[in-house]
Write a protein that binds this ligand. Sequence first.
Ligand code: SAH
Length: 500
Amino acid sequence: MIDQTVFNNKKAAYYTLGCKLNFAETSTIGKLLAEQGVRKVRPGEKADICVVNTCSVTELADKKCRQAIRRISKQHPGAFIVVTGCYAQLKPEEVSHIEGVDLVLGAEQKLEILQYLENLEKKEHGGTVIASQSKDIRSFSPSCSADDRTRHFLKVQDGCDYYCSYCTIPFARGRSRNGTIASMVEQAQEVALLHFGNKIYIRGLIEISNCCRNNCYYCGIRKGNPNIERYRLSRESILNCCKQGYELGFRTFVLQGGEDPALTNDQIEMTVARIRQEYPDCAITLSLGEKSREAYERFFRAGANRYLLRHETYNELHYRQLHPAEMSGKRRLQCLADLKEIGYQTGTGIMVGSPGQTVEHIIEDLLFIEKLRPEMIGIGPFLPHHDTPFAEYPSGTAEQTILLLSIFRLMHPSALIPATTALATLIPDGRERGILAGANVVMPNLSPREERRKYELYNDKASLGAESAEGLAALQKQLKTIGYEISTERGDFKYTTENI
Ligand code: SAH
């Protein structure tokens, strides 16, 4: 048990030298102390505890650390000074004799700091050293920092097994090891809680047409599928869905559909304008595929606020594996650039585990999304549809989808990320698992009941119970079991100076 009384009314100052990993770890130390009630000093204030996280890549780094420690002990007279990090691990005795140092913690003790801050009494004759031998370092302490607030730095790996003659890392940090996926998912959950609390935004999904000019190999409503009954909702029917949705509490309507050649831009514009007129307080999201810039502009002027257009895959060769020759990945990326420029809150994303997808492709997707900075990120598992060329391919896995959800949450803390219907279709608790990995949006189905089964993008697509607009009570209950609740807000992306 840690004696909390030593931390009463205490303030701490943190200093980090060296790499991003050190910054992430200092941030975690700060969090541990904050949980004990120790607040961070404000500029100019004197600290009771100083934590110095050192670096040791070169002789010069050691010198800089020594200077920093001396400066800090002068700036905060009487403060209890803890030194940790690579310099502390490599030369603990030397560090313990630097003036003012009270405690030296090795790499393995760094994040167990609370255990070693017993009485905070300054040491007269050199600091106490607590450090494991480098060869015995085995543990991995998860860490994450959000210092610049635009993204989070997550520690995924520590130490190294290559003993390069010029590098101290294997000695300063021990052998190569990494964190668990579960701990990363937990970090993502914390980041989502930090940004959105336990609130989940809801969107009413209206599937306005299952007619499509395209022949994507994965999609059940592709033009080449002769076995589905095609439908197109009339404007009145769409407005009726909105009416029902509004009464149920939805403040975002998502109009999604195939690229229906019979649905003209004029008609779409008109429908958007009518919804805008009747529901001035609601957000209108479109997800109608690739259109000309001019069409996007018209829809925007008519009142649409958001647009969802997954890029599906950034890699051109992989794009070719998923789509017939007449389709173009470049064109899709151009659409995304147009949407962003016009001012839509723009969503993109991928299917996880689509046929031919490799880890390298996913990395390209991560980098593309990092650059695009979409306001919304939609990712769900690929699921086969029996009437497509990919009928026999296996589904993407829940594990990989959840892992990616959490990576996206950490990379884009303020993004709107749905726990997708595809994930909820794949595993019974997909909705909850998605939320617990950092998702903060759900999109229950608001289409007319008789049409729902016809919008079958993949086998057994869920559209009932908590997946349906009428099932909000069931959804609320489901969320409650994991400590979350539905937000009645419109749930726009919140722009700050840091995330644009
Ligand atoms: N026509 C629109 C909307 C497509 S449906 C557009 O082109 O954007 C929305 C998303 O469903 C697609 O972007 C795709 O990522 C996903 N989807 C389609 N078929 C799927 C399948 N078999 N498994 C999982 N997701 C699928």
